[in-house]
Design a protein. Sequence first.
Length: 222
Amino acid sequence: MTTAVTLDRREGPYGEVVLRRHDGRYEIIANGCFLMDTSDGRSERLLVDAALTGLGPSVTDPAVLIGGLGVGFSLVHAAGQERWGRIAVAEREAAIIDWHRAGPLAELTAGALADPRVVILHTDLVAHLHTSADRYDALCLDIDNGPDWTVTDDNQSLYGPAGLAACRARLNPGGVLAVWSAQPSPAFEEALRNAGFQQVRTEEVPVARGVPDVVHLGRNPA
């Protein structure tokens, strides 16, 4: 084990965000809460795959909104799939965007950021869902450790009736909502159904220790 090295530390409107390097991997910490690192990425890739599969082959050149950028696993995976027609990423932390554009994380995502289908939106995901007029075929959301473990209190509304209604408003008919979580949330499954989503299900991603990561999925009625 090596000592974690802090590469950057920023204070922003949502609190402190830190980039560290530890045992050969990068880690992002927000307000003292571990968010993610570059050690795996299976669940982030499943987030994108499950949404694309859920759309079915009849949807051509689908548009996806990924929230947020994180260490870039979901973005890189989506950019590696030719089927996506437009790939938008909502990230509220300027520091994280900087780390990808001109910092240590550029080595992971430079190719994806150069893809003409990709656009980075420096915006709060929750606000974007409520105020934007953009429509998408898929929403792949990974801004917290799950519906029951949010990074900031402001994010809690995303998983309730108002937030899920905003998700449906941004989705085209038949569009897919995919939400990453560090643990299963039966209450969130029920919230999806109550919000009018159909074909609600949860896909598991085994992890080395503890309960599996999951992706919660629901379809906007056609």
